[in-house]
Unconditional design. Structure first.
Lengths: 343, 343, 343, 343
């Protein structure tokens, strides 16, 4: 931690800060220039709140030196993490496609979708059974029945399952059906849930919160990692900004930023990021080009009749065309992808 | 819902949109101008996702006409809601002061704080026992022991209790000790929790999420209200913006905006909004002047030694001075406040 | 314009709004449902301020129906605009590369850069001579001497010139040297400058303001277009959000959004959007994949010694590699690009 | 400047950074802990771009130690600045009220407004003659005729004049009529204009840009101050955020933040910050309570007929009531204000 004293800070003020830091267990290096004094506070305390020093008299600013997270950082693990999930390598050179409807609605819908996405390059089937919805009057999901359908449809077509869990009390239930736990944007800082998942043996797919900085997102990952579950996958899905032309603002730069700070795989979700079908396709292509390890995208046999998020779900033929384009873009930057079927 | 067709929309496109709306149960009023056609879709479906129509060919835009919430709106209840909480009228002409430490730390700390704030105008004692913290390595609260201390300290000094609940599984426990359930900003859209609290008999103090629009906040209140618990108190506590000089940006304009849209009482939390002690005082005064029904503010006997949020906690003498200033400002705009003791 | 009355609006309130609209020259269609009345106000007044009606008693909301811009819209011109700039088609199927240093610094620097970018796929040479800098103490550009060097270097290597103009009083001077006028993000709403450029015979490259919505950006384009200069090129260069890991947040979704609303060509500037060299490369690739018509990117022979924006300028070898990757990505989505030289 | 090396930075990387800093004229203090090395770079170069070091190998982060501005800082001038403007002390203990219409429209309008605001506590008359408008089709102001009317109306009623200048070429003209130059939010970083005003003998009222951080705002002030004009007044007028219920988000916390960082007086503009009349009143009161040195507020004899910004302009009786409330709130926090007339 570096403490920057004000230009006119007095000697007693400087000494009081040093004493305060010592009392809290820090060693202090003092460096006094012509105009200003800077104090280096040494001692690894990632949880220390720098505002404690910032409010002292004569202090101009305090800067954290070490990242507040440990297990999520590149310092802790230099090489990118690659997870073997039932034979699929997530985080490696292969670009991974996860696809499926927003919500599982019925048997016909989920089986048709599973068949289609499996044929066109997807390795994972997505689908919600417990839906967090902005309005209490909206469709809230099929519950366990939805989980059963999702698992069966995935198994039939050789896919893995990813589905959302929203509540500590439901972790065991969802665990019976899924291969990856998805944590939604609204729950990114549901710390009780994160701790519970940190004690699980299945990977966690952690979406970025709407207003979360990249550092806070990595801190949320740290909640899972610090409990012993070392398989976290991050997913950028749009942040909230002043622009309303899209549902959220797709912060695709997060991909190279995360790649530098962390060893964790990073995915992108162009469906939630943009919220409108005809923007999903270009932004899915952009995600591949930006270096994401995979995308998760919403597809529905009849988007116009979907019970949730229909407007951002792709039609089958759109998904098919997209899969081929991203396959080619992946190739242009030296990555592989499961070959989509060419009709 | 109003559907605005593009300038060059064709007759078949317009007819397709009308048919689609009819099929979804809407009556349609068509209004064709020289340049453009506008369709009024009539039928009360607050949960309808307007994007379903927006993605159709020839549609330029779709605007919701009715608010998506019902019980939270002024249309449903014209008069401001006033709740009697153990003899304290919340939402009435009396300005209400809630105060206490961020976390309950020990008996001495919470008793001293209770005594001080009770003497200087507060009606409610705040204090956290289960703390949601950004870092897994930070102090996470005393748990049930904290709730017991909080209740006892409040009882000793004739105060009511407000404390946070973060998890469905803990609602019953917290219910035993608190007078008001506080829902933190990070849980504003924890819908499982909101539904559970909607079935409770105690009021819910719902803080605004960091990136929540006022409409989404009222929708979150609707989750509680629609389950039958009609006593929700809103609390503005800062939103996330590009400005980093303060912890968050205190959106104080939310006070008059909410007052117009809703009958629910609205409070403000200048401590979390600004995050730095010397900004808390002017912004607390501003909240009164802006018309808030009360504030919740952090106070600690020794802020420098606090286990959480010390830098934004007021010293006792600061709280005392602040209480007098807000008492006078309340008077200047025609409101009353519990008389602070003048030493 | 659509006026949505409150649920409980009285008949006199509704009539007062209708009279008010009539007095302002609007025809009104009234549509009364069971719960609510909606008024359609007809009459093309793109400049009308909807807040005038919103503040009337009984009005819940007012929605604009027509876009406030005319010449910038797809309604006015269905086909994408393609400009022939000295034989280069901007806005067509060919992906356009503009490159060069942030500032023109000296003859050696600008000639070396021109030679390099010309050999690797660029059609335009960029470089600033009058630099708007956040600090008054920073390098402010070479002025006219910079313009001369830029023009000569471009001519020597068969490139066109794009450079920024910041001030009405300098339009004539810059006109002598440039092929395209660049308007920077900070001047996006410098309306005096936009009007002056609207009377010019050279194209205008209009960067998006840091906090401009896409609608405001198109309104700024309208200032130029409405004066008679029909050749505007838009450029997304990042918006300001809460995230500080990158200099700005690259809102790449603006590309498909603008493509749908407007016929104007749209470029992207990954250098200013991200502000850090190693993020420029993936985001430049993403811009191609998202469908931008071109990019403008900063390149410098010695980024470490650059007088401005060195940290976001590419080294020559990085530019060379990037040019090849974007050439291949352009191919993957069916676009052409000037062939970079393969060493 | 403090350079924080990565946890695993190698000795050659550390030495390369030190050499680089030395070559740029910095002295370097090295401080190596168990896990990490921190370098203090000493030498006052406020304009140095820290990203130059941040992109070097092995560097984790770089933090600026000194503020980039000098004359705007409290370090340079400890006491709050107070300007005598024709006998009115701006920045002192007296709370200052500036009021008038958005645009000067005609003689009757501006004289009536001047008479009213002079009688109710205002010291300055505001009014625009050259209006920057989002749409090219909106009323653009009366030009010099507007300036003449404004001056004459102010003189008649013993008021001073504040009016906006948007263009370098118009500084001399506006100088003939005004007492304070207003620089609008859109021109906060129009550096050519700021430099020109920095050479003037009249004070500059600098509104905060919609997306400007407080530091950038102070840097914009520095452009004026560094040219020799030491009389700058800052004005908070709302920033752009995701919330659309108000025109902008009134960042009132900027008042105490600026008071701590700078000696410059700070005003607030609740009219532009909220954009809707019934929100202007509570937020004007809040500004006083938060410690602003004054406010600037829009008033119009017939807001419904105003040529610009009518919806955010107060009616005469509203202004009168507001003036009394802010007079009383000023008193509650120990400030004076010119006595409004009580009818």
């Amino acid at each position: 931690m570096v403490v920057i004293m004000e230009m006119g800070a007095t000697e007693p003020q400087i000494e009081a800060v040093i004493e305060n830091l010592n009392a809290r267990g820090f060693d202090v290096h003092r460096s006094s220039g012509v105009n200003q004094t800077v104090l280096g506070a040494i001692g690894v305390k990632p949880e220390f709140d720098p505002r404690i020093i910032r409010v002292l008299d004569g202090v101009a600013d305090v800067q954290r030196v070490t990242e507040a997270y440990k297990f999520a950082s590149r310092s802790w693990k230099k090489e990118p993490s690659v997870y073997d999930i039932n034979g699929i390598a997530v985080g490696g050179n292969e670009f991974i496609l996860m696809a499926g409807p927003c919500s599982v609605e019925n048997e016909e819908q989920i089986y048709a979708t599973a068949a289609h996405v499996a044929a066109h390059g997807a390795s994972f089937l997505r689908g919600g059974a417990f839906k967090p919805r902005t309005s209490p009057y909206s469709f809230q999901g099929l519950g366990e029945e939805g989980l059963k359908l999702l698992r069966a449809a995935a198994d039939r077509h050789g896919l893995n399952v990813i589905t959302e869990v929203t509540e500590v009390g439901r972790v065991d239930l969802v665990h019976q059906y899924t291969d990856i736990f998805q944590v939604g944007a609204r729950n990114m800082q549901n710390f009780d849930l994160l701790k519970e998942l940190g004690r699980s043996d299945k990977p966690v797919f952690l979406k970025r919160g709407l207003s979360a900085t990249i550092n806070e997102w990595l801190m949320a990952a740290e909640y899972v990692l610090s409990q012993g579950n070392l398989r976290v996958i991050l997913c950028e899905r749009g942040i909230r900004t002043f622009e309303t032309a899209t549902r959220n603002t797709f912060d695709l730069s997060a991909v190279p930023v995360v790649k530098k700070k962390s060893h964790l795989p990073i995915f992108a979700d162009p469906s939630h990021a943009t919220g409108i079908r005809d923007k999903v396709i270009p932004m899915a292509r952009a995600a591949v080009a930006a270096g994401a390890d995979g995308i998760i995208v919403e597809v529905h046999p009849e988007p116009d009749a979907a019970l949730s998020d229909g407007p951002q779900s792709l039609f089958f033929d759109q998904f098919e065309k997209l899969a081929r384009q991203i396959h080619d873009i992946a190739g242009a930057i030296g990555r592989t992808m499961k070959q989509p079927t060419y009709a």
